[in-house]
Design a protein around this ligand. Sequence first.
Ligand code: CU
Ligand code: ZN
Length: 177
Amino acid sequence: MMKKYFLGLAIASVAFLSACGQKESKLATANLAETADQSKSIGTATFYGLSDGKIKMDLELKFASRADSNVAVHFHEHGDCGDMGENTHGHWNPTNENHGKWDSGAYHSGDIGNIKLDSKGEAKISITTDRWSVQDGDVKNIIGRGIIVHGGTDDYKTQPTGNSGPRVGCGVIEAVK
Ligand SMILES: [Cu+2]
Ligand SMILES: [Zn+2]
């Protein structure tokens, strides 16, 4: 009788934990638009908090005028898309590292890198990391940062930008209230 009871409890806790592992809460979003015409949407970035404390970004691009080409995406310091995206200034770099390739050696915490757009100009990527937070006062806080879409290819080497080409798209990371 007791044995059966404990076994049942153990199975129930495993089921509960694995369900919790999938739990996500929406923390922030960025609406991306063309820098040349901010009324033209080119996609969204949505940030979710995971139960292990990491943050996941789902980035969806719908950039028809850039179909069948490569774009490069970075988080930049400032959340101001004015002056063709120049007002976002340089790459956000809270860890004082060199510019580089995501998940390999040194890189800025917003060096998302090159994304291939399909024949409709669409692409979807997901990134999960512990390099981001949404906490006030935390150097890792992504709220208020700019996201820049460049119309070229990030070489992952040239400092401090990757020589990624013109700033063709931009958005600001905003907290979900
Ligand atoms: Cu950039
Ligand atoms: Zn960078």
